[in-house]
Design a protein around this ligand. Structure first.
Ligand SMILES: [Cu+2]
Length: 119
């Protein structure tokens, strides 16, 4: 991955710059190909993934946003993906390339479960 500086002259706001940058990249960097990928948002709040189940297409991007005051992870049960720790008010995104069913959870809180289906 090549890290690029902000190319635009847009003002950099003080709001959680990293999160904003990630979201902006997620929402604006989608190539205008024939089958444009869709972005999906899963909110992590009150120790729950919401929505708990989500069906997407290959190449779609899912953004998990942690709205709790403590960290969580988004970790596939088979470790097909693993966010590692997502801090409070931070987010993590993932674009699955392979179809399949991916139950996942939070390694910090074993009661937290979600499921991702990729078509
Ligand atoms: Cu958690």
């Amino acid at each position: 991955m090549v890290k690029r500086r902000h190319a635009s002259g847009k003002s950099t706001r003080a709001c959680a710059a990293l999160v904003c940058a990630m979201l902006a990249a997620t929402l604006s960097a989608v190539p205008a190909s024939a089958a444009a990928p869709t972005s999906h948002v899963v909110t992590i709040e009150n120790m729950q993934f919401n929505p708990p189940t989500l069906t997407v297409k290959r190449g779609d991007r899912i953004v998990w946003i942690n709205k709790d005051l403590f960290p969580h992870t988004v970790t596939g049960n088979t470790h097909a993906f693993d966010s590692r720790s997502i801090a409070a008010n931070a987010s993590w995104s993932y674009a699955p390339a392979k179809a399949g069913s991916y139950p996942y959870g939070c390694t910090f809180h074993p009661t937290m479960h979600g499921a991702l289906t990729v078509q």
